[in-house]
Design a protein. Sequence first.
Length: 328
Amino acid sequence: MYVVTGGAGFIGSNVLAALEKSGLGPLVVVDRLRDGSKWRNIAKRELFDIVAPESLATFLETHNSDIKAIIHMGAISATTETDADLIVRSNFQLSIMLWDWCTVNETPLIYASSAATYGDGQAGFDDVSGCDDLKKFQPLNAYGWSKHLFDRRIARMIENDEPRPPQWAGLKFFNVFGPNEYHKGRMQSVVSQLHPRAIQGDPAVLFRSHNPKYQDGGQLRDFVWVGDCVDMILWLLDHPDTSGLFNCGTGKARSFADLTQAVYQAVGMEAAIEFIDTPIDIRDKYQYFTEAHMDKIRSAGFNVPATSLEDGVKNYVTNYLSKDDPYR
C-alpha cells in the first residue's frame, strides 16, 4: 500500500498515475476534495481509500503493517497564504508526525520541500543538508519558511544521529508545470494561464520586471515538467539506500519570454507580450532567478535526462490543455 498525501493535488495526482502505471498499489489518497473540481485529478485512478487529513493518524495505525511507503506531497502551497498558524499545522506539524510514524514503523518517506526555501537566491541553490549550511537561506514567504523549518528540523535530527525512517528524501521542487494543476487558480503555472490567450490569438500578459538587472520578460526560472519530478520519486522508491535533501528541477534557468514563445509555438501562433505591474502583495517576495543545481541527485545515480522546456510545454499543450479532457 502506497499512501500519497496531497494525492488529489497537482504533483500528488501525477505521482498516483505513475504508481498505478507501474503496477504499484494499493493506492491511498490523503486529501480534502471540497466542492470544486479537484476530484477530477483522481477520477481515473483505482483507489483503496480516500482519507481526510484529520483521520490520517488513525488510518496509519490501522494499516501500519501494509504501508510500503508514504509520499508526502500535501501542504498549504500558496505562496500568498498569510495564515502562518495554518501553514505551521499543515506544512510542519503534519510532516513531523509522518516522520515519527515512518521511523517507528520502518517505512520510507519521500516528502515535498520547495525551491521557495532558497529565498531570493542570493545564497545560491545548492541542495545542502547540514544545519550550518541551511542557516544561510532566508525564504521570502510563510510557505517557503514552513518548508525550510522542516528541512532544518530533519537536518538537526540527522546530525544528532536520532532515529529516522529507513529511507527519507526531501525534494526541493522548482517551477513545476503539467496536467492536473487546474484547481490551483492564481497559483497555476504560467503555461496553463497563457494557453487560453494563445489559442485565441491574444497577447500574453506577463509581470513587468521591477528589478533593473532583468528586462521585462527576462526573469529567469527553472521550469520543470511534472513528469520529471515523478520520475525522480519513482527512482527513489526503487533505490531505498538513497536518502537526503535533493533539488528537483532541470538545472537550466529559462526566461518567461522563452516560456511564452514555447506556449504560442505549441499552438501554432506568433507570440506577442504585454506587461503589467507585479501585484503589490507579492512584489517584494518575487524571485527573479532560480536554477536547480542537480549534481547531488545525479551523483546518487539518477540519470534520467531532464525534459527541455519546449518539449515539456508541447507535451502539456498537445496532450492535455488542447483536449476536451485535460486530466491525467
